[in-house]
Design a protein around this ligand. Sequence first.
Ligand code: 2AM
Length: 179
Amino acid sequence: MPSSSRAAKTSSQRLFFALWPDPVVRARLAALLPGLAAQTGQAVAADNLHLTLAFLGNVSPAQRQCMEAWAGRLGPVALTLSLDRLGYWPGPRVAWLGPSRWPEALDALAQAFAEGMRDCGLRPDHRRYTPHLTLLRKARVLPEAPAELPISWQAQGFVLCESRAGEAGVSYRVLRRWE
Ligand code: 2AM
């Protein structure tokens, strides 16, 4: 491998844009985890809870810069979400929480990121966007919906996160916020 491409590879980062719950909403979400994990699967770390807007995958520094510039051109983001639906995907074996209905602005935002990705030489996910926060991994069934639902979330702004695989599992680090 030429040294230039080796350098590009080592400096690539696994990134995604997300709505990041404020501490109050995060605490309410975290409070659901023990009861759900008692039914099936493994709870995700409360600090990791987020709603993905666009998963970029491994990106080069130039692609990251391109996406950050794109993000900076988006208007202010303020969305009210009612997290009322517990879902389960048997393929990846995840149980998640999401809104059963959501503002068009959220679809438009996900669409804008997909357009940005194409513009920056990345390939957006072709599947229909389903806003969700993963709560359990290795789940075998859809757990019973907790009585605490719905959780109302006034999401302001969004973040760029890095996903890192460590010995203690995956952790996410917020790199930058757009308020
Ligand atoms: P998930 O919560 O359903 O696992 C970081 O990995 C974030 O990007 C997670 O929220 C994850 O969704 C989402 N994501 C979307 N597509 C992904 C992919 N192909 N690989 C890994 N994560 C993906």
